[in-house]
Design a protein around this ligand. Structure first.
Ligand SMILES: Cc1ncc(COP(=O)(O)O)c(C=O)c1O
Length: 412
């Protein structure tokens, strides 16, 4: 074919372009909202600024330096000395799938703690990777006792015990200490934990608690944009990964390959995928902000915001969905919808009147609760007071009468 013939062909193709579908018109419009649902939470302005910096190549030395800073920052975040930390390019679900796809081999047993939708999803995911799934169930709003978890591990000796630290669909906080990690080690079990809705908001000690694999999300207590999942593996988990009899049934999330992009096993880096450059900038900045505040202060700030929220909610006569105070998650709060109140109308009023996001339930809590997140940048009095104002207004609009016994009551 001659160059002229090629040009003629291209001209004919150009004439065929259809304009039936329109591209977006004009500059993007994004309203300002206070995100007080289960996530994403309002991003920290400094993180958004970092995200807007010029792109670097995903293998350029200055970018590799940023990746190294992230690995180090994550060691602080997870409280570990393990060199095996990285960010998965993808949201919390990508972290979830990376954990299961890489640590479970076909036919192996996995015990999944199911007390909300995240356990349900992991059970589904583990089945897809041909695991022998044992579901350990607790009622929504309840958690598992360490004794029952230890007993289940001793009985089944699974390859993995999976737990969700912060069950954001029901608002529960799963305890992970008290020798659970040692019991898993003794049974040859890897302890895998979802911290998407809890990392940075509540204490977590990967090494001291003997956790083997943790994934999280960037858009909750880290106040970043969604799109990158903090990830950790212990030496035991890495040994399992390296000793697999079969390749993980995913290329995209194969940690043997991703590890070589992050320099886990050797200093030289190799290309696996194009890292989410701007989101990694954001995460580098998020970790710097965490370091400046310090984890103890950050955890205390989240607890104080949670307590302030419940003081106000109790004064309105509202009740927690999670009965036992020790099981209540600080970061994502589940609030019972009183008889006769339209939960969706209240969410709509909060958005329309105050531009405040209040979410409804998810999975087992649909129609039963509101979910309010006090996470990251929004775990502060100004944001909590705005959400309380939206509740006061929305409830009054529906003619809600506060129960007499609750008037003025403010205990947690
Ligand atoms: C506890 C928990 N796990 C996993 C996820 C999934 O994360 P993502 O939506 O970032 O994929 C979420 C999201 O809300 C979550 O709260």
């Amino acid at each position: 074919m001659s160059v002229d013939q090629l040009s003629q062909g291209r001209k004919e193709e150009m004439a065929e372009v259809s304009n039936a579908a329109k591209t977006p018109q004009g500059p993007i419009q994004v309203p300002t909202r206070l995100l007080m649902g289960p996530g994403p939470t309002t991003a920290h302005p400094r993180i958004l600024t970092a995200q807007a910096l010029p792109l670097l190549g995903h293998m350029h030395p200055p970018f590799i330096h940023i990746m190294d800073e992230i690995k180090e920052g994550l060691r602080y975040m997870f409280q570990t000395e393990s060199p095996y930390t990285l960010m998965i390019s993808g949201t919390g679900h990508a972290g979830m799938e990376a954990a299961i796809a890489n640590l479970l081999e076909p036919g192996e047993k996995i015990i999944v703690g199911v007390n909300g939708i995240w356990g349900e999803r992991v059970a589904d995911l583990a089945e897809r990777y041909q695991g022998d799934v044992i579901q350990l169930k607790a009622d929504p709003g309840k958690t598992f006792s360490i004794a029952e978890l230890k007993a289940a591990v001793a009985q089944h000796k699974p390859a993995i015990l999976f737990l969700v630290q912060g069950e954001s669909s029901t608002g529960t906080h799963q305890a992970l200490g008290d020798g659970l990690g040692e019991a898993c080690k003794a049974a040859g079990t890897l302890l895998v934990v979802d911290t998407v809705a809890s990392l940075g908001g509540v204490p977590l000690f990967a090494d001291n608690w003997g956790i083997d694999c943790i994934y999280s999300g960037s858009q909750k207590c880290l106040s970043g944009p969604p799109g990158a999942a903090p990830f950790f593996m212990s030496q035991r988990a890495v040994d399992k990964l390296k000793g697999r009899k079969t390749k993980p049934a995913t290329y995209n999330l194969d940690l043997n390959l991703i590890a070589d992009y992050w320099g886990w096993f050797k200093p030289a880096r190799s290309y696996h995928h194009t890292g989410v450059v701007s989101t990694f900038y954001a995460m580098r900045e998020a970790l710097a902000i965490v370091g400046e505040e310090g984890l103890p202060a950050m955890w205390a700030r989240h607890l104080a915001a949670h307590q302030l929220l419940w003081k106000g909610l109790r004064e309105l006569g509202l009740q927690p969905y999670v009965p036992d105070v020790k099981d209540r998650l600080v970061t994502v709060n589940t609030i019972k919808v009183p008889e006769g109140v339209d939960w969706a109308a209240l969410c709509k009023d909060a958005m329309d009147t105050y531009a405040v996001e209040i979410a409804g339930g998810l999975g087992p809590s649909i129609g039963k609760v509101w979910r309010v997140g006090v996470m990251g940048f929004n775990a502060r009095p100004m944001a909590v007071e705005q959400v309380l104002t939206a509740f006061r207004h929305g409830l009054a609009k529906q003619g809600y009468k506060q129960p007499a016994a609750a008037a003025g009551k403010s205990e947690l």
